[in-house]
Design a protein around this ligand. Structure first.
Ligand SMILES: *Cc1c(COP(=O)(O)O)cnc(C)c1O
Length: 367
């Protein structure tokens, strides 16, 4: 029995009957960009997250860039973010001319470490970007206190945390502004690229909307140099159908995570992920840690088990960011984790027998 890393087809199958008639209407009415379906999704997602404003955009990277710009981040400003994130968190900063300042994470949850944030603050720091990595919320109470003390803006990267809840509220409603991605593989995924910016601040929302439509709110009146980063109506139709199922799917992921924890309890040599107190994890990824990770990964792959590494190289050590000149050893936790992390299959439709097969194979592999 082979087990895929992610089975998106099972998700699509649940929504196809609901989405096709909407797509048919959209094709007939030629309403492709923005329009009623986008408006409805934005309102429903705002309601779900618990924010005043959601602006649908083209993808998560654009969402981050527009969020950074809308809060006034400018060329030369420093943005503090974790070293272990998807590169987009940093790319978007670089695109606005800001400097990503990477910091280490805590060893238990691999989330941005508040002490490391505090140590990295300089006179040029403007913002902190907590990334709610793997599906659980970063320590927002501590981060909010640091931001308050130093007059910094908090921009959440909520791309891996749709539906995640912390003691303070839902991921995406915990900073000045938040960006998310609806890349197909995320917990809430479109049928292509899509993303959104969330905020309670009407002014920030208005700037994001304006920037994403060529700096224009009235046709051919351009207030600023923007970009083209709008949400397509066909994606909004898919997102509305999937949003209705998100809590159920996240609950299924939690069930699968609980089962993995049970099945792996007796397996020596596999460190299982844990949930930060006060968090309700949505398990975007199930990230274990093992010794000899590359060998284990190769053997699992050969046995038909889909696995991944999130991420093999901390962002500051990618070729893309070589010019920053960050030296090895700067992020002891993130660097050590990068050699051991191994993401196991995780998706709502993962079955008990698939999980049993994953664990049996892993047990035989870690030895
Ligand atoms: C997926 C992801 C993004 C980028 O989203 P895209 O839609 O692929 O541009 C940003 N940050 C994190 C943490 C992500 O996982």
């Amino acid at each position: 029995m082979t087990v895929p890393f992610l089975d998106l087809a099972a998700q699509q199958a649940e929504i196809t009957d609901e989405v096709l008639p909407v797509w048919q209407r959209q094709l007939e009415s030629a309403a492709f960009i923005g329009g009623p379906e986008v408006d409805a999704f934005e309102a429903e997602y705002a309601d779900y997250i618990g924010v005043q404003h959601v602006v649908g955009v083209s993808n998560g990277t654009d969402a981050l860039e527009l969020a950074y710009r809308a809060v006034g981040i400018e060329r030369g400003d420093e943005i503090i973010m974790p070293a272990n994130t998807f590169i987009a968190t940093a790319e978007a900063a670089t695109r606005v001319g800001a400097v990503p300042v990477f910091v280490d994470v805590d060893d238990e949850y691999l989330l941005i470490d508040p002490d490391a944030i505090e140590a990295a603050i300089s006179p040029r720091t403007r913002a902190i970007v907590p990334v709610h990595l793997f599906g659980q919320t970063a320590p927002m109470a501590q981060i909010a206190a640091i931001a308050e003390r130093h007059g910094l803006i908090v921009v959440e990267d909520a791309a891996q945390s749709q539906g995640a809840v912390s003691a303070a509220g839902r991921a995406g409603a915990l900073g000045t502004v938040a960006a998310t991605s609806f890349y197909p593989g995320k917990n809430l995924g479109a049928a292509g690229d899509a993303g959104a910016v969330m905020t309670d601040d009407a002014g920030i929302a208005a700037i994001v909307r304006n920037l994403g439509a060529h700096g224009s709110s009235v046709k051919y009146v351009h207030d600023r140099i923007g970009v083209n980063a709008r949400l397509d109506a066909v994606q909004a139709a898919v997102l509305r159908a999937k949003l209705r199922r998100l809590d159920g799917w996240n609950a299924a992921r939690r069930g699968a995570a609980g089962r993995y924890a049970q099945l792996l309890a007796g397996v020596d040599g596999v460190r299982v992920p844990t949930v930060r107190p006060g968090n309700e994890d949505v398990w975007h990824l199930y990230v274990t840690r093992v010794a000899e990770r590359d060998r284990v990964m190769t053997e699992l792959g050969a046995a038909g088990i889909g696995v991944g590494i999130h991420y093999p190289t901390p962002v500051p050590f990618t070729e893309a960011y070589a010019s920053l000149g960050v030296v090895r050893g700067a992020f002891p936790v993130a660097e050590a984790a990068a050699d051991r992390i191994l993401s196991l299959p995780m998706f709502p439709h993962l079955t008990e027998s698939q999980q049993q097969r994953v664990v049996d194979t892993l047990r035989a592999t870690v030895r």
